[in-house]
Design a protein around this ligand. Structure first.
Ligand code: PNS
Length: 154
């Protein structure tokens, strides 16, 4: 299972989904509905954009509410995949991995490193640049680029 907010999906997320699929048969991309921050895209929009951006056999996109460990159990996931871009990601990811292990000791968290040229990328930066009319076309799927332009009227 590859969980996240995906607000919106970036080329960095797409890269991690493909890397995950290379070593497991089935990847469930799990879109969190209850993200703490007020998302730009609705959960239905985030799911639809992911489905358009990632059409890979063995990869499915679902949304979930509540605890990640409960959803992982419901879909039969044994491994949680998270991306680690920089040292700054580490503390939050470490805390989350240990909390998830505390909640379900059988569930392992695996960290993957994205492609070098996508390492600096984040959904929040993409949103910020797109909001002010900057070009993010190299950083997101064309469908996401269109959706951002529609959202911000740029
Ligand atoms: O893309 P993000 O925002 O870094 O993803 C964070 C996410 C959605 C994976 C995390 O907030 C989460 O798992 N939320 C579901 C609620 C939950 O289980 N919280 C406890 C995590 S230790």
């Amino acid at each position: 299972m590859y969980p996240g907010s995906f607000d919106p999906v970036t080329r960095g997320h797409e890269d991690l989904i493909r890397r995950s699929r290379a070593f497991v048969d089935r990847v469930v991309v799990a879109v969190a509905e209850n993200a703490a921050k007020q998302p730009l895209f609705t959960v239905a929009e985030r799911v639809a954009l992911l489905r358009e951006a990632v059409q890979v056999p063995g990869v499915e996109v679902q949304s979930f509410q509540g605890l990640l460990v409960d959803f992982a159990r419901a879909v039969g996931a044994a491994v949680i995949v998270r991306g680690l871009r920089a040292v700054s990601d580490f503390e939050y990811e470490f805390q989350m991995a240990l909390m998830n292990r505390n909640l379900d000791p059988k569930l392992e968290t695996v960290f993957l490193v994205p492609a070098f040229d996508l390492t600096y990328l984040s959904s929040s930066l993409v949103r910020e640049v797109a909001r002010y009319g900057g070009d993010v076309s190299q950083l997101v799927h064309p469908a996401v680029n269109r959706a951002l332009k529609t959202k911000f009227g740029t």
